[in-house]
Design a binder for this molecule. Structure first.
Ligand code: DX5
Ligand code: ZN
Length: 232
């Protein structure tokens, strides 16, 4: 079976003064999705971008003439109100950290009712059992391979063991339901370690500094080609 890998550059490392152009360039140069990091200086010690910016980049996020997926990663507490705002601001997928929501099952439902795909984000130390009773309400699991809050940190190798365990859980679920749940990784992903992550069962790769920090004469084409080659 060939796996439908997706590469989702995190615009946290893009040039914020030219965000629309950066979004359309990186997609034109070979990225699949746009990863959109929302930080609130409360759940994480940093402050980034909100729903209005998501709305503003929506028309730039195109792939082959069609809307590309905007993958919104909420690092905020509380979650529900902002999650709802993003469902109305052009997001396609909204993920959040379960410890930031008082009622995880309810938040997942709110996101789906808002017309988006939903997902849970597990920090490096969050146990995977939190997934057990909500798999029906999840379209993607995001494994943090750094502690959330900043781009440019180093990949935590234990993530690979965790990915294998989550992959087994998701495969078991798929065998029962015929529904595939994506497994995404976020933090410290580079050309050098993407294959290892894929071998551990990851199918969706966020990379911020690994893409936007590698701009050259080809813009992002060379680096995205290298990512793609590494996955073969
Ligand atoms: C970290 C963010 C990441 C970050 C990844 O909290 O969720 O998406 O931008 O950046 P790199 O790839 O540079 O680790
Ligand atoms: Zn992220």
């Amino acid at each position: 079976m060939s796996i439908d890998y997706k590469i989702a550059p995190s615009i946290l490392s893009a040039d914020f003064a030219n965000l629309g152009q950066e979004v359309s360039n990186v997609l034109e140069d070979g990225a699949d999705w746009i990863h959109f990091d929302v930080m609130d200086n409360h759940y994480v010690p940093n402050l980034t971008i909100g729903p209005d910016i998501c709305k503003a980049i929506r028309s730039y996020a195109k792939k082959d003439g069609k809307d590309a997926i905007i993958d919104v990663h909420l690092m905020v507490k509380p979650v529900d109100e902002l999650a709802l705002m993003f469902t109305k601001s052009g997001a396609d997928i909204v993920t959040f950290h379960p410890e930031a929501s008082n009622h995880v099952d309810r938040t997942l439902s709110l996101i789906r009712e808002g017309g988006c795909q939903s997902g849970l984000v597990l920090n490096p130390s969050t146990p995977i059992g939190i997934l057990d009773h909500v798999l029906d309400k999840i379209d993607m699991v995001l494994l943090m391979s750094v502690n959330p809050g900043f781009g440019g940190q180093s990949f935590i190798p234990e993530t690979l063991n965790k990915a294998k365990l989550v992959r087994a859980k998701l495969d078991e679920y798929e065998a029962k339901t015929s529904r595939r749940i994506r497994l995404e990784v976020d933090g410290g992903i580079k050309v050098e370690n993407i294959k290892e992550a894929a071998n551990a069962g990851i199918d969706t790769f966020v990379s911020g500094s690994g893409v936007f920090g590698k701009k050259d004469d080809s813009r992002y084409k060379n680096i995205l080609d290298e990512f793609r080659k590494a996955l073969k």
